[in-house]
Design a protein around this ligand. Structure first.
Ligand SMILES: *[C@@H]1O[C@H](CO)[C@@H](O)[C@H](O)[C@H]1NC(C)=O
Ligand SMILES: *[C@@H]1O[C@H](CO)[C@@H](O)[C@H](O)[C@H]1NC(C)=O
Ligand SMILES: *[C@@H]1O[C@H](CO)[C@@H](O)[C@H](O)[C@H]1NC(C)=O
Ligand SMILES: *[C@@H]1O[C@H](CO)[C@@H](O)[C@H](O)[C@H]1NC(C)=O
Length: 382
């Protein structure tokens, strides 16, 4: 009788024990969670909480496809860890009674300088089944003042995404350079017709995806269909196909940033694709520091956007201080989307609060004031 009782007690007390993947321990208690069930959104206090909740609720295969990175995931982890090497300079003797986190991106104004990306095909389908969002996260992004940039691999067609946002919401669209030229022409026409205002053209997957062991265990890699011959001549030909502004996304070196400036691009997007492509690629912090060192004219001549491992308002603040005009989020909105629109809205509110609080503590009234004087990157040593 006693052993049975013990067994019973042990079962009840177990709750859910998750591998927290080395994420910062901020006291999240998963003992009341049920495996496969969504914890209350109100119990989520930061973006790491949301990732662990998504891990608890999504089937392992789908979680792996969001979470995966290339090879040893050195770059995936460096993206998260590099922010710990940056020190923030906070100044006293300033009036910070009215702090504004709104940012200017191009001609448009956003409540917060973040942009989010929609999920890719298979995981989105699963998330939808787990807890169908009433509208795609574009609407949530719109209400939160976040620029939403759907991926061309979204489950929803270009036109449906365009129709789902708030009136007047500005949106950019992500695109790949397909080996199939008709597909490029066809998608460009649809993106233009749907009213998107700019294109983020992914240029870091040069015809092939990275080798992602974590997701290969569930899904064999397949041909991406991306062009492997996208050289400067092909880039020039691509630019002739559309009147929309093009933002090359996936810039990993100061040399490519300078090349884009010389070619007359209005913006570039520094990104290592969440560590999913070239393992060993530098983080956005390192690339921005490198551009400052070798080609500072890039920041005066173009808008620079950046992403990689942003989980806290302070991470965004660091990228902005290093010269980024807007900061991207990839995995966090996908994880938050397990609660649908409410999850994405809460994610945005949590980030905006962290950003606003840190700005006030640093004596910064407006994100546009952020510059290199607010950060010390000596320990980055890049
Ligand atoms: C805060 O600043 C904004 C923009 O600069 C301004 O519109 C608003 O009136 C200010 N609020 C207060 C309470 O000063
Ligand atoms: C190329 O793209 C066009 C337009 O999207 C499509 O109709 C066609 O089937 C594609 N060709 C191949 C070989 O995939
Ligand atoms: C792009 O268009 C310009 C102007 O019409 C033309 O001079 C140039 O040769 C084109 N470039 C390519 C690569 O098609
Ligand atoms: C950075 O911002 C500070 C505080 O607003 C300002 O005093 C300084 O001149 C700025 N530095 C540069 C290089 O713009």
């Amino acid at each position: 009788m006693h052993p049975l009782l013990l067994l019973f007690t042990a079962n009840v007390a177990l709750g859910v024990t998750l591998d927290t993947e080395g994420l910062p321990d901020t006291g999240l208690d998963t003992s009341g969670w049920t495996k496969g069930a969504l914890p209350p959104l109100a119990d989520m206090f930061d973006l790491n909480d949301m990732q662990l909740a998504a891990k608890n609720v999504l089937p392992a295969k789908y979680y792996a496809s969001y979470r995966t990175g290339a090879l040893n995931e050195y770059t995936y982890r460096a993206n998260l860890e590099v922010y710990a090497k940056v020190r923030l300079n906070g100044f006293s003797f300033r009036d910070v009674s009215n702090v504004s986190t709104s940012a200017l991106l191009g001609q448009q104004s956003w409540a917060t300088p973040f942009r989010s990306r929609s999920s890719s095909r298979r995981p989105r389908r699963q998330v939808t089944r787990t807890r169908p969002p009433k509208r795609p996260s574009r609407a949530a992004a719109g209400s939160a003042g976040i620029l939403y940039v759907p991926s061309i691999s979204s489950t929803l067609p270009i036109e449906a995404i365009a129709a789902a946002g708030r009136a007047g919401q500005v949106m950019f669209h992500q695109m790949y350079v397909w080996a199939n030229h008709s597909r490029v022409v066809d998608e460009l026409a649809r993106i233009e017709a749907a009213g998107f205002k700019a294109l983020f053209v992914t240029v870091d997957n040069t015809g092939i995806a990275g080798v992602r062991t974590r997701s290969m265990r569930y899904t064999p890699g397949s041909d991406t269909g991306h062009a492997a011959n996208f050289d400067l001549h092909a880039l020039a030909a691509f630019r002739n196909l559309t009147t929309l502004p093009i933002v090359p996304k996936g810039i990993k070196t100061w040399q490519d940033a300078r090349t884009c400036l010389r070619l007359g691009f209005r913006a570039v997007y520094v990104s290592n694709h969440g560590g999913r492509v070239l393992d060993g690629a530098p983080t956005a912090v390192e690339v921005l520091v490198d551009i400052q060192k070798h080609a500072p004219e890039v920041f005066a001549g173009m808008e620079v956007y950046a992403d990689g491992g942003v989980r806290r308002g302070t991470d965004a603040l660091i990228l902005l201080a290093l010269g980024a005009r807007a900061v991207g989020l990839g995995r966090p909105p996908m994880f938050a989307n397990v609660w649908g629109e409410a999850g994405v809205s809460r994610m945005a509110a949590l980030l905006a609060r962290e950003l606003g609080t840190s700005m006030q503590l640093m004596g910064v009234r407006d994100v546009r004031e952020l510059n290199g004087s607010y950060v010390n990157t000596n320990a980055v040593g890049y």
